[in-house]
Write a protein that binds this ligand. Structure first.
Ligand code: CUA
Length: 313
């Protein structure tokens, strides 16, 4: 059922959500069948004008029956939903001073996701790496408008609201790549605000983490060096951070390990040198309204920038 991620859970939480959904679907499906069936019977039985149904006013017994039955159904659905919410609610935890209250801090931006790995300097974008089998607390917030963080196969949906912190649990049982989406309309490019969660075996995760902590060495190639100067002389570096090169990490995606990411522009295009070049040449062609301006880069500048950015592994 890979086309329906909700039916293909990969964590205990997502499984519980799927089970609840199926249970409510059966209950409402049963009610629908009874109501639709009775309507069909009535239409069939009283199709001619000659037979009129018995008119029956003021039967307390029947009234009580059709009030009590729906109340029981609604209370039952409310109870099983509340039980699930309470079981999987990730409330902020008391934590020692200086220590983070979450393992991951995810911030929604128009139209990309910033990912901070708590307790480290690692900041990334649109890609969340996690070890399998570990329940991670994720703190969600937003830099601009309300977004909604949703990885259907792993966790519940949760809003990312400016000026507020929400928490959820994120866990994956199996190694794999799980698609995440923004699930709340947040502007013109809302549909192009995707991300992935990559779950590694714990030892592979440690290796990935060690790789992210290293600063990519300065390029040696002349073209890439020219690209780095372009990056610094134009205003790229005032929005994008690259470890060891430029610092502001809160405006636009951090590019320190750009070349090792799977996609560009929040899941819009696969990360290849050709696509990177097309993206830099005219961002609005892929994401109209995108905050990265078209710098009218020359062909030579494009080649140099791509050569440089491709060194950021
Ligand atoms: Cu962010 Cu929709």
């Amino acid at each position: 059922m890979s086309n329906f991620p909700v039916f293909d859970p990969a964590s205990p939480q997502a499984e519980a959500i799927r089970d609840l959904f199926v249970q409510v679907l059966w209950i409402s499906g049963g009610i629908f069948a009874i109501v639709a069936g009775l309507i069909c019977i009535a239409i069939w039985k009283f199709r001619s004008n000659e037979t009129l149904p018995t008119q029956d006013f003021g039967s307390h017994r029947k009234e009580i029956a059709w009030i009590v039955a729906p109340v029981i159904v609604v209370l039952w659905i409310a109870a099983i939903s509340a039980k699930l919410v309470l079981t999987y609610n990730a409330v902020p935890q008391a934590h020692p001073p200086g220590q983070q209250d979450a393992d991951l801090i995810v911030t929604g931006h128009q139209w990309w996701w910033q990912v901070d790995y708590a307790g480290t300097d690692i900041v990334s974008a649109n890609e969340i790496h996690i070890p399998t089998g570990k329940r991670l607390r994720v703190k969600l917030s937003s830099a601009d408008v309300i977004h909604s963080f949703w990885v259907a196969r792993l966790a519940r949906k949760m809003d990312a609201i400016p000026g507020r912190e929400n928490f959820i649990w994120l866990q994956a049982d199996k190694v794999g790549t799980y698609t995440g989406r923004c699930a709340e309309f947040c502007g013109t490019q809302h549909a192009r605000m995707n991300f992935i969660v990559v779950a590694h075996e714990p030892e592979d995760y440690e290796k990935w983490l060690a790789g992210e902590k290293t600063v990519p060495p300065a390029p040696t190639d002349a073209k890439a060096l020219a690209g780095r100067s372009t990056f610094l002389s134009l205003t790229c570096s005032q929005c994008h951070a690259i470890a060891g090169v430029s610092a502001d990490r809160s405006i636009a995606p951090d590019l320190t390990h750009l070349a090792s990411r799977r996609d560009l522009a929040a899941g819009v295009i696969p990360n290849t040198p050709e696509n990177l070049r097309r993206w830099l040449k005219d961002p609005a062609a892929f994401k109209p309204g995108c905050k990265m301006p078209d710098f009218k880069l020359t062909e030579a500048q494009l080649d140099e920038l791509v050569a440089y950015l491709e060194t950021l592994k």
